[in-house]
Design a protein around this ligand. Structure first.
Ligand code: ARG
Length: 252
């Protein structure tokens, strides 16, 4: 009987730690990733994720603090409690579901290949990419896809930040890059000096790589916190706030 009640106490203590009620939520983000998370000329943090994240926090009634973290270490940083959530264009997929708990998807974006028009290919495949240098951000699903499919025929350059990759592309050290479509669109297609194009179709299959939309990631035990974000997301989608933020970055 004594053992039973000691065990009971231990369980009660564990579950109250689990249901920790946050009033201050730190959110990990890898910047820049324009238009999702970047800094304005004045140094202010902005973007679709930032505005939506701030609106969610307002709705939930918590203070949110953005914590910058390079992509490659972004899940380890969550697990070691450097922050309590990740909102950084993170695609929901099964591999990550084993480590983190995802919110409902808050947006869905395809991937795409971007190259200078002079590369002169209309599709990205084993033949057209043979001998080419492909740029990806390290640890992204694009890295996984390119590594699994083109490692033996092309050379792959992995970058800690999307920005370094775009700079190397502009310096002509890369033939082609593979990344989330809106990021290539705003950093390369809108470039005035070089004529960049999307090569082939936008890519969102197979699901095993390209997943189920972007989600906010939490530690597995923080179900209550994820629930609060899901409820707030549904409210912002109902009352038009979500559409207003969407239009700010992607047009009507
Ligand atoms: N959507 C891709 C993934 O989940 C890349 C996201 C990178 N995000 C960032 N803020 N750099 O793997």
């Amino acid at each position: 009987l004594l053992t039973m009640s000691v065990l009971g106490l231990a369980i009660a203590a564990a579950s109250s730690a689990q249901a920790r009620d946050y009033d201050h939520v730190r959110i990990g983000v890898d910047v820049p990733y324009e238009p999702m998370e970047y800094r304005t000329a004045d140094g202010e943090l902005t973007g679709f994720d930032i505005d939506l994240g701030n609106a969610l926090c307002d709705r939930i009634g918590v203070t949110c603090e953005w914590v910058e973290q390079e992509w490659d270490g972004i899940i380890p940083g969550l697990l070691s409690r450097n922050y309590d959530a990740i909102m950084s264009s993170m695609t929901i997929n099964d591999e990550r579901r084993q480590q983190v708990l995802f919110s409902d998807p808050y947006i869905t974006m395809p991937s795409a290949w971007f190259a200078p028009s002079t590369l002169d290919i209309t599709e990205a495949n084993e033949e057209t990419l043979a001998g080419k240098t492909i740029g990806v951000q390290r640890g992204t699903l694009q890295d996984n896809f390119v590594t699994d499919n083109f490692n033996s025929i092309a050379s792959i350059s992995r970058y800690s930040t999307a920005d370094d990759m775009v700079l190397d592309m502009q310096a002509q050290r890369l033939d082609i890059v593979f990344l989330d479509f809106p990021i290539g669109q705003s950093t390369l297609l809108n470039n005035e000096d070089t004529d960049y194009v999307v090569v082939g179709e936008q890519v969102s299959e197979p699901k095993e790589y390209f997943g189920d939309g972007f989600g906010i990631a939490f530690r597995q035990r923080d179900e209550a916190l994820a629930e609060r974000f899901n409820d707030a997301l549904a409210e912002l989608q109902d009352d038009g706030t979500y559409d207003e933020i969407f239009a700010r970055y992607f047009g009507e």
